[in-house]
Design a protein around this ligand. Structure first.
Ligand code: HOZ
Length: 427
């Protein structure tokens, strides 16, 4: 059979780039296929190099909440190009984006821009360790906080997808300072903190887990984390790289009314360009160099192009306030999926929060990573490939979330549900 353009590009890429990709999940290995190479995207649609169009629920893994090539974002980027690409010196746009973030996220008094979510979480951990003068941190199984050594322990996302327990190259002595506990398990945190609380620098958590599939926090879990960290002088870090400006304008902390000490951001705040940020209480952030001694730096941090895309995205979200509409659309999608699951008698469970959604192939409730791993992965694989062949572009892993954007129309949702029915009937 004649090879597709994607297949041919993938073969070339594999000779030059490890696994043919610059980030592991997109290689599509766990679903037994090769990645589609993308030609372009517009609104809710993504187009591959073989001329196929898909309704896109990956949204570049989260940033594209306004859909692809939103006119305001594209204009902002085009306009800023006349100023230059990067100066390695301060610009007004950094202040503008910082102000937008601080105005939106209740717990952030000061913010530092970086270039990725990984940089944000890695720097937040360093800051928490310096602030508390303690080394050990707690994370949760299946939560993914980027690929820094300290945090790549029982991680979700690509690590879960490829079933890698940890990673070679990370010294034992480093992960010895990371404790990973089951998500949503108050008892496990209680037991640990009662023994070691005074030596724990920080608890870092995805307030809505989106890297083990979508797993919602139990209502009392986040509040408990806030209370227990406060009582032990431990910092609470919310990794809102995925949820920030996604589940509500002020992120999951606004949605669940929790006040973390440090927040990590990424994805949406860069409008599709490489950006991350960490911010928090003034007395903590003042420890960051050059104001304080906790060192962290970046040549391209705060560059005009990324700042312009981020500002345009946040301003558009602020003025249009699409969150109720986004939730309604996503709920409609998930309710439709749930009805079709019942109708076709398949063992599956769909859920959503804001414009994030997920589907596990089990009829049991999923509250943590151990349970997420009981999902029928063979069935996910068939589901994924069938949906793709019928024009629906989903993340190629059971352990990722889906994202709805403002560009998804009611017709897109209806088409997706019709396709879902066809696929579920055949599974
Ligand atoms: N780790 C991200 C998903 N949760 C990025 C995956 C990718 O870009 O391939």
């Amino acid at each position: 059979m004649k090879k597709t353009n994607s297949e041919m590009l993938y073969e070339r890429a594999c000779k030059l780039i490890p696994g043919g990709v610059n980030s592991p999940v997109r290689a599509c290995r766990s679903v037994g296929t090769y990645p589609l190479f993308i030609e372009r995207a517009e609104g809710s649609r993504i187009y591959d190099v073989d001329g196929h169009a898909y309704i896109d629920y990956v949204g570049s893994w989260g940033p594209m909440i306004l859909g692809h090539r939103h006119p305001q974002v594209i204009d902002a980027v085009e306009n800023v190009l006349s100023r230059g690409l990067s100066f390695g010196a301060p610009i007004d746009l950094e202040i503008e984006l910082a102000q937008l973030i601080i105005d939106a996220v209740p717990s952030i008094d000061m913010v530092r821009m970086v270039n990725s979510g990984t940089e944000a979480t890695m720097s937040a951990i360093r800051l928490a360790r310096a602030f508390t003068n303690r080394d050990t941190i707690i994370k949760f199984d299946g939560c993914y906080h980027g690929h820094a050594d300290t945090l790549l322990v029982d991680a979700g996302s690509g690590v879960a997808t490829l079933a890698i327990p940890g990673s070679p190259g990370i010294p034992e002595s480093i992960v010895a300072h990371t404790i990973s506990l089951p998500y949503n398990d108050i008892q496990a945190v209680e037991t640990l903190m009662s023994k070691k609380g005074k030596s724990i620098a920080a608890i870092i958590v995805e307030p809505v887990a989106g890297n083990m599939g979508l797993v919602l926090p139990k209502p009392e879990f986040l509040k408990y984390l806030r209370d227990i960290t406060k009582s032990h002088g431990t910092l609470l870090i919310f990794d809102e790289v995925m949820t920030g400006f996604r589940v509500s304008y002020g992120g999951a902390q606004e949605l669940y009314n929790i006040d973390p000490d440090i927040t990590c951001l990424g994805k949406i705040i860069g409008g599709g360009l490489p950006v991350g940020a960490y911010g928090g209480k003034k007395h903590i952030m003042e420890m960051v160099a050059p104001q304080g001694q906790v060192y962290q730096a970046g040549t391209l941090s705060g560059n005009p192009v990324a700042m312009a895309a981020g500002i345009a995205t946040l301003k558009t979200l602020h003025t249009t306030n699409p969150y109720a509409e986004l939730s309604k659309k996503t709920e409609h999608l998930v309710q439709g999926m749930t009805q079709l699951i019942t109708k076709t008698g398949k063992k599956a469970t769909a859920s959503c929060v804001g414009s994030m959604f997920g589907l596990f192939f089990t009829d049991q409730p999923i509250t943590n990573f151990k349970e997420a791993k009981t999902s029928n992965l063979a069935m996910f694989k068939s589901y994924y490939t069938s949906m793709l062949s019928l024009g629906i572009y989903l993340a190629p892993s059971q352990f990722e979330a889906g994202f709805v954007s403002t560009a998804h129309s009611d017709e897109d949702i209806a088409t997706t549900l019709t396709t879902f029915q066809t696929v579920m009937e055949k599974l």
